[in-house]
Write a protein that binds this ligand. Structure first.
Ligand SMILES: [Cu+2]
Length: 462
């Protein structure tokens, strides 16, 4: 059997030890399967478990690429998923779907492919335990006749920018959720993001409505897979401000949570300064993060640095040639991401360039505008829009009257380690590049660039 335990989830498991002089291996491994630990249950001859095979990450990436609809919502193909019964990640688990392509299992015949291709228990003889199988040994029903408050949350996020939220709002952008003492609170959660989120509520155990009726299990963490909808309920019976959040700490820090608070409750003596406490909580998702990379190439240095938060972006790109003819160029954009999917980013920009062209050389852009100045320092207004296939379209108007349209797609996965980038703009500049990822922080690169020609180098990234 397999049991997938989410971050911060806890289980007490009762194991029956067979009385046949055999020690059975109990193997635990993190989800990325890089390490493992085992203990042996029973005494006698050790019965070993085969180590779990490596995940098929590339299959997982292809699966995720097919999941999103044009408006950014996830496409559940008409399956109503809940309680971990279907798991898109099975495409990455070789023990379920085989080493290379999905196993053609006799069990599959006659089943509707769409609905069952992610049902681990239909695909394999291994049993994958899920929430629908949990049952409380005692009745867990809530007080009858209590008023019911229903709350709905959509788990939202942006894989590209690593923004995580509820209903597209981070903690510091949302109000506290007011609940009344005595009422039964029902929470419906739908995961419209591409990652699993173990949602955790402080101060209460909630019932997971999993089809077990009066014996619904009590938990305080529920792991919700992409496209799943789950319903929880609890009786509001403990005063306080209680954090409800994704327990993947990176997601929590980026703002995936809410504070539940009781109406008209007495002041909490443990929080003498509520304003300060709130400011500290909000500081988490208001933090900026820094990224930078530079390609040390035979034809120059090519790089960028970004300083970004949930909504804001300050970014600089540079191209520094090794001589005046190639020139030196930087573009800085300060913008704000707009909308649920953050596909739109209006920005103000600052461009600076120095180069020395030959005396008779003139450049003309696609709109017939001349481009003669060797020194150029201009301010701009512009907008980025992310098109399908993650192509970023950029329109920019500069203070010297120039207009530029640009299309760029970075990081096209060609194979596991090979990435391609393409760029073209109306200044008739273009670039095509390949990078081969060696480690997390370094890649080999080669690119062709209309300004600086062919180059090969090494990209360092932070
Ligand atoms: Cu999360």
């Amino acid at each position: 059997d397999r049991l997938i335990i989410a971050v911060s989830e806890t289980y007490d498991i009762v194991v029956t030890i067979p009385a046949d002089k055999t020690a059975y291996e109990f193997l635990a491994t993190p989800e990325d399967r890089t390490k493992s630990t085992s203990l042996y249950i029973g005494s006698g001859i050790k019965q070993l478990v085969a180590p779990l095979p490596k995940l098929k990450y590339f299959e997982g990436m292809k699966m995720m690429n097919g999941m999103m609809k044009m408006n950014g919502d996830l496409d559940d193909m008409g399956m109503s998923m809940s309680l971990n019964k279907m798991d898109m990640n099975v495409v990455m688990y070789p023990e379920i779907t085989g080493e290379t392509k999905p196993k053609t299992n006799t069990k599959m015949e006659g089943m509707k492919m769409d609905a069952e291709q992610y049902n681990a228990n239909a695909l394999s003889d291994i049993t994958t335990l899920n929430y629908a199988m949990l049952k409380s040994p005692i009745k867990t029903t809530l007080p009858e006749n209590a008023p019911v408050k229903e709350l709905k949350f959509e788990l939202t996020g942006n894989m590209n920018r690593y923004v995580w939220s509820l209903d597209n709002k981070v903690v510091s952008e949302a109000d506290k959720i007011l609940i009344k003492k005595g009422e039964n609170v029902r929470i419906v959660l739908h995961n419209n993001s591409m990652m699993r989120h173990p949602m955790h509520l402080h101060g209460h155990d909630f019932r997971v409505l999993n089809g077990q009726g009066e014996f619904a299990p009590l938990k305080n963490v529920i792991d919700i897979m992409p496209m799943e909808t789950d319903t929880l309920e609890f009786n509001a019976n403990v005063d306080g401000d209680w954090f409800f959040h994704c327990h993947i700490l990176y997601h929590m820090m980026s703002g995936m949570g809410r504070v539940f608070t009781y109406e008209n409750q007495p002041a909490n003596p443990e929080i003498p300064n509520p304003k300060l406490a709130q400011r500290k909580l909000f500081a988490d998702d208001r933090k900026f993060h820094f990224m930078a990379e530079n390609d040390f190439a035979t034809n120059g240095n090519d790089g960028e640095a970004m300083y970004q938060s949930t909504r804001w972006s300050i970014g600089t790109e540079w191209r520094l040639g090794y001589n005046d003819m190639h020139g030196y160029e930087t573009e800085t954009h300060i913008g704000r991401y707009i909308g649920k999917m953050q596909w739109l980013m209006p920005f103000i920009g600052f461009d600076w360039r120095y180069r020395r062209m030959g005396e008779d050389m003139q450049e003309r852009n696609l709109f017939g505008q001349n481009n003669t100045k060797d020194k150029r320092a201009v301010v701009s207004l512009g907008v980025n829009y992310t098109l399908p296939m993650l192509i970023v379209a950029q329109a920019e108007v500069f203070t010297d009257g120039k207009v530029r349209l640009q299309f760029e797609r970075k990081d096209i996965p060609v194979s596991k380690r090979l990435r391609m980038s393409l760029m073209w703009n109306t200044d008739k500049e273009y670039m095509a590049g390949l990078r081969y990822i060696i480690t997390r922080w370094g890649s080999l690169s080669s690119h062709y660039d209309s300004d600086m020609g062919f180059g090969a180098g090494f990209i360092l990234n932070y």
